[in-house]
Design a binder for this molecule. Structure first.
Ligand code: GTP
Ligand code: MG
Length: 693
């Protein structure tokens, strides 16, 4: 691909709800740009440039953001086709950091949906200039008017139509451009410019007024002339509109059909004409590593190098591919770059322009452009690449905490190493995916943004890393403790010929406050247990506590005092007193009224007001205690404490209660007693497991 000046680049994300047609639209744009594909691929046939990953082809949806550069009207558009499904929100967060504009793709049939709304508010935080494309105009029940109305109700008057559709549903055949008043008619894959049908005249007039009004918002001069009812030319309207897009006062709405490739050309025009180039975006701020002094970066290819790594793809054969956007300077092949986040220099061999799965080697990537570099050793998503001599660190990328966890184990024994490689590779390429070994429940736990996210991660483990895993809900790390003090004798005696074993320890146990763990007290007087065997008694007690008494969970929050005992001058040994200690502890547990503890989580749920009642009802049903509520922006925040055992599938439940509008965070708070009827079940289950193993 040829090299483009910074002002001729457009970095644009396609955002929208899952299935609104982003991938189909990107395919149509690549087709229209020419020279890239000769026929329009289809998501349902698994042959689009964007959804090249086998997971995507199988699921018929995007899972990972694809980079799809194309040239249009002498400008290079770096199109990022972002998955819309809620579980892949991490991909949208990455894309948001490196684009200068966005196209929101809305289905003309389903209208504004949750995920689009959520992404819109994320784009608001960045003041991202944007366009709206109402897609699927050819589908049954498509309605431009209804969609537009909905958008205006939710996002306000800055939403203005730039076009009106010609026909709807199966009769949809083009658009009227409201700046020029011309109809763009699509017949048999060809576009012609015509006069709009007479019967649309009134609608066009009315919509054009609105458009001029909207455009005039960005220019005082134009507003004055508009109010004075002076004549305003199409060109002036267009220019004012462009200014309005950049400043965020206008969001123009276009429409079309991605799969029929109708009215996609005008969208491509609007992208290159309307969305800003990296040359005119506000300055980017970074810091000097070490001193933390603020550095302001200009999109100048002669400036110091500053590139943000926004995506990492890891392939078991090809290795790592690191995607970056250059904010200042120029990243060159065969060079050395400095990563201030890791304080490491990295060797850059080749660099690529990436299109879907295709990698096109280039010599350099200048300011404003996006590229990828293979085989960096240490760099991860969110890091900066810069010049060692002139270092700067850009703000990293913040990802949400995972909301769902599963326990996994390899199906075939001996695959543990493969599993751990797979888990670390997948964590590298997906910052919303985590994996850890939980020593308490002895399970490998994977966490992510939802059920589908984890499912895809497991499919990747199998396909890319050759390890099949089985999964289940994680075990709850229950614990055991006692309500009463109790004493018992632990007697270990084996004296049948030869060297025997002998040790007797009397131990008292007492409950301690929640969270205090374990205390050991030695109250032996007169050497009834010799000094050197006291630690043996303690060791035995600890071992028995780890093994549990009721259901095999560790015993906590007690003080054990060894206060009496007996020894034998020859037969007593370390191991004899360990066993005595263990037996004493177990014996004492019996009279100490033992019970189970479960982890209680602090949970914060954020939902629109309308769902408050249902969400709280559900938390109550999950044995939760509501601690309080407060308003945060347009949302209500519910704070509650809920047992972990009830929360493993909460992301699924919350999504279904709120239609995807709710989010939550969760962290460990403390341990509390398990209610008796549940405790009984847990104890029985543990017995059953013990017997079957
Ligand atoms: N009739 C019609 N179908 C469309 C149009 N655009 C997309 N579709 C279909 O809608 C479905 C979803 O399209 P995609 O392009 O995969 O949607 P997406 O927005 O990329 O979905 P995610 O990747 O899950 O976010 C596919 O079956 C497409 O064929 C359109 O303009 N008209
Ligand atoms: Mg897609």
């Amino acid at each position: 691909m040829e090299r483009f000046a910074t002002e001729d680049i457009r970095n644009v994300a396609l955002f929208g709800h899952g299935g609104s047609g982003k991938t189909s639209l990107s395919e149509a744009m690549l087709f229209n740009a020419g020279g890239i594909i000769t026929r329009l691929g289809k998501v349902d046939e698994g042959n689009t440039v964007s959804d090249f990953d086998p997971d995507e082809q199988k699921k018929k949806m995007s899972v990972s953001t694809s980079l799809l550069p194309f040239t249009w009207k002498k400008r290079k558009v770096n199109l990022l086709d972002v998955p819309g499904f809620a579980d892949f929100i991490g991909e949208a967060i990455e894309a948001l950091r490196v684009v200068d504009g966005a196209v929101f793709v809305i289905s003309a049939v389903s209208g504004l949906e949750v995920q689009a709304e959520l992404l819109w508010s994320m784009a608001d935080e960045r003041d991202l200039p944007r366009l709206v494309f109402i897609n699927k105009m050819d589908r049954e029940n498509a309605s431009f008017r209804r969609c537009l109305q909905e958008l205006q109700e939710v996002f306000g008057t800055r939403i203005v139509p730039l076009q009106l559709p010609l026909g709807e549903e199966h009769d949809f055949h083009g658009v009227v451009d409201l700046t020029t008043g011309k109809a763009l008619v699509y017949r048999d894959g060809k576009m012609s410019e015509e006069n709009p049908p007479e019967e649309m005249r009134e609608d066009i007039e009315e919509a054009r007024e609105k458009l001029i009004e909207g455009a005039a918002e960005s220019s005082d001069d134009l507003m004055e002339r508009y109010l004075n009812e002076e004549e305003i030319s199409s060109e002036e309207v267009y220019q004012a509109l462009l200014a309005g897009i950049s400043s965020g006062t206008v969001v123009p709405v276009l429409c079309g059909s991605a799969t029929h490739n109708i009215a996609v050309h005008p969208l491509m025009d609007a992208i290159v004409n309307g969305l800003p180039s990296p040359a005119i975006i506000p300055e980017v701020k970074g810091v000097k590593p070490g001193s933390g002094a603020e550095v302001t970066l200009k999109p100048d290819e002669k400036g110091p190098l500053a590139a943000l790594v926004f995506k990492t793809v890891s392939d078991p054969y090809v290795g790592r591919l690191t995607y970056f956007r250059v904010f200042s300077g120029c990243l060159r092949a065969d060079s050395s770059v400095y990563n201030p986040n890791r304080d490491k220099e990295e060797r850059v061999g080749q660099i690529f322009v990436v299109r879907g799965k295709q990698q096109i080697p280039v010599r350099e990537i200048p300011a404003g452009d996006i590229g990828a570099v293979p085989k960096l050793a240490e760099t991860v998503t969110g890091d900066t690449l810069c010049d060692k001599a002139n270092p700067v660190q850009l703000p990293g990328i913040e990802f949400p905490e995972p909301v769902m966890s599963l326990a996994v184990e390899p199906k075939s024994k001996g695959d543990e190493d493969k599993l751990s490689t797979a888990l670390s590779r997948i964590s590298e390429e997906d910052p919303t995916f985590r994996a850890r070994r939980d020593p308490e429940v002895k399970q490998t736990i994977i966490s992510g943004m939802g059920e589908a996210h984890l499912e895809i991660a497991m499919e990747r483990m199998a396909r890319k890393f050759g390890v099949e895993v089985s999964s289940g809900l994680p075990k709850v790390p229950y614990k055991e403790t006692i309500r009463k003090s109790s004493r018992a004798e632990g007697k270990h005696k084996k004296q049948t010929g030869g060297h025997g074993q002998f040790g007797i320890a009397w131990v008292e146990i007492e409950p301690l406050e929640r969270g205090s763990g374990f205390e050991f007290v030695d109250k032996i007087v007169g050497g009834v247990i010799p000094k050197q065997f006291i630690p043996s008694v303690e060791k035995g007690i600890r071992k028995a506590m780890e093994e549990g008494y009721l259901a095999g969970y560790p015993i906590v929050d007690l003080r054990a005092t060894v206060y009496d005992g007996k020894y034998h001058p020859v037969d007593s040994s370390d191991i004899s007193f360990q066993i005595a200690g263990s037996l004493a502890l177990r014996g004492a547990m019996e009279g100490a009224d033992p019970f189970l503890l479960e982890p209680i989580m602090d949970v914060e749920v954020m939902v629109p007001e309308a769902y408050m009642g249902d969400v709280m009802g559900d938390l109550n049903a999950k044995r939760g205690k509501i601690l309080g509520m407060e308003r945060r922006g347009s949302l209500q925040v519910i704070r509650a404490q809920v047992p972990l055992a009830e929360m493993f599938r909460y992301s699924i439940d919350l999504r279904s209660i709120t239609g995807g509008r709710g989010t939550f965070t969760m962290s460990f708070s403390h341990y509390e007693e398990v209610p008796a009827h549940l405790a009984q079940k847990i104890i029985e289950q543990s017995k059953a497991e013990k017997e079957s193993s």
